[in-house]
Design a binder for this molecule. Structure first.
Ligand code: PLP
Length: 449
């Protein structure tokens, strides 16, 4: 018998990342067909507003012909050129220069990856290389935030601090050291800004003291924790963490894979606090999902440490065939042009402020414990009891059900394990599209009562 329905072929052959395999076999696939602006249509003709920009990546929105043309033109002229050794291509060189200009401070050197996980993986390997060649080989431990997400490479998933990414996997010990997240809503020492900042700073200090500064390489964090439940830190938190890392003589890596490219307002979230990290990872909004690409921006200290101390003539043996792929680079250049000349960054800032206000109106809903947002990045934490902040009972864990209700109501968001809704609408949204997201969300919450 020949199997030819897409649903059946999918069940038989496609291993979907992060899905529960048996659950997916039962549930089957939802196939997306086309998209325009902030709307996406599935194979059954349902049109939904995409409140999550794909997987927090389609920042400029769907359907930009100019991006399609940039990719096609590059494919016609030069579909591939290696970036290995000392070869290159024009779009990738121009993109590296553009990112050096856009990133803060002395983040002037750009290593290209295919996405966020391998940008983190590149950082992990290059940090090791840096300390080994600069004569401090004991500095190995990587610290990260509780509830942080830094992708799922074999070592990077250890830096990620989400139980689902750890269960039944093994990791090297040096990447499993976690620091208190700025989770005001559930911070044991108080939810005011000063207490939240103090708790994280004290936790970072305690970790370094426990391990010994000579054994600690770096601290990685997201400026706003994303997949861990959109935990928006108080203003001043990022700066306090960066300053503490510098004082403790450990490298500071800002993972801007979600927060980069206008998601929280400025081009990069670090800018809002005048923070210049030693290293910065980015992906997602860099191409807005039109092509796979990530990057690691490297500051002068680490760059020169490696360049000046690597064994003469030998390679820095880290890289991939598709690092700096010219088609992805051409796409990214056009996406960056749209943020700027196309007015999408400015639109995201204006609509982001509107989104924050509009979303706050959901706080009166009986299921809503907290609404937290920075620009077009938001989390809504659902609780059983608004006063005691008691979590919903396990028996009514909502994730799948909530997502399905939202889908039926015509809105896509993310439903995280802890009954936290994640939102990240495209930066091209209008105010009326934000209204639509919020009203469909309220309807969905009502349906859950
Ligand atoms: N870092 C952060 C902060 C992320 O949110 C993600 C993905 O969601 C990653 C890294 C991994 O990126 P990718 O899925 O492109 O490998």
């Amino acid at each position: 018998m020949t199997v030819n329905s897409l649903e059946a072929l999918d069940r038989l052959h496609w291993v979907h990342p992060v899905a529960n395999w048996a659950g997916h076999e039962k549930r089957g696939v939802t196939i997306m067909k086309s998209a325009k602006g902030a709307f996406i249509t599935d194979s059954e003709g349902h049109e939904l507003i995409d409140g999550f920009a794909g997987l927090w990546c389609v920042n400029v929105g769907y359907g930009h012909e100019s991006i399609v043309e940039a990719a096609a033109a590059q494919m016609r002229e030069l579909p591939y050129a290696t970036g290995y050794f000392s070869f290159g291509s024009e779009p990738t060189i121009r993109l590296a220069a553009k990112l050096a200009e856009l990133t803060p401070g002395d983040l002037n050197h750009i290593y290209f990856s295919l996405g966020g996980s391998d940008a983190i993986d590149g950082a992990l390997r290059l940090i090791q290389f840096y300390y080994n060649v600069t004569g401090r080989p004991t500095k190995k431990a990587i610290l990260s935030l509780e509830r942080g997400y830094h992708g799922s490479s074999s070592t990077g998933a250890g830096v990620t601090a989400l139980p689902a990414f750890h269960a039944n996997f093994d990791f090297p010990a040096h990447v499993r050291h976690y620091v208190a997240a700025p989770y005001a809503y559930r911070n044991p020492t108080g939810s005011d800004d000063a207490s939240v900042i103090a708790a994280s700073v004290a936790s970072l200090r305690a970790k370094v003291a426990e391990l010994g500064a000579d054994n600690v390489a770096a601290f990685f964090c997201e400026p706003v924790v994303g997949s861990g439940g959109v935990i928006v830190p108080p203003k001043g938190w990022l700066k306090a963490m960066a300053d503490t890392a510098a004082e403790l003589d450990i490298l500071f890596l800002a993972d801007e894979v979600i927060t980069g490219f206008g998601r929280t307002g400025p081009m990069f979230a670090c800018e809002a606090e005048g923070v210049v990290p030693d290293l910065m990872t980015m992906a997602k909004g860099l191409t807005s999902g039109y092509a796979p690409l990530g990057a690691l921006a490297i500051g002068e200290k680490v760059y020169r440490g490696i360049a000046d101390n690597a064994p003469e003539g030998g390679p820095v043996g880290h890289g991939q065939t598709y690092s700096g792929h010219p088609v992805s680079a051409a796409v990214a250049l056009e996406v960056l042009r749209l943020y700027d000349e196309g007015g999408i960054l400015a639109n995201g800032q204006r609509v982001g402020a509107y989104f924050e206000k509009k979303l706050a109106t959901l706080a009166d809903h009986p299921l809503v414990g907290e609404v937290r947002a920075r620009g077009l990045l938001a989390g809504i934490e659902l609780v059983a009891d608004k006063t005691t902040r008691e979590k919903l009972p396990r028996s009514v864990k909502l994730a799948d059900h909530l997502f399905a209700r939202g889908y039926a109501n015509g809105v896509i968001f993310r439903a995280f394990a802890d009954d936290i809704i994640g939102l990240a609408p495209p930066l091209c949204c209008s105010e009326s599209e934000i209204d639509l997201i919020v009203s469909r969300l309220r309807q969905t919450l009502d349906d859950m009562l």
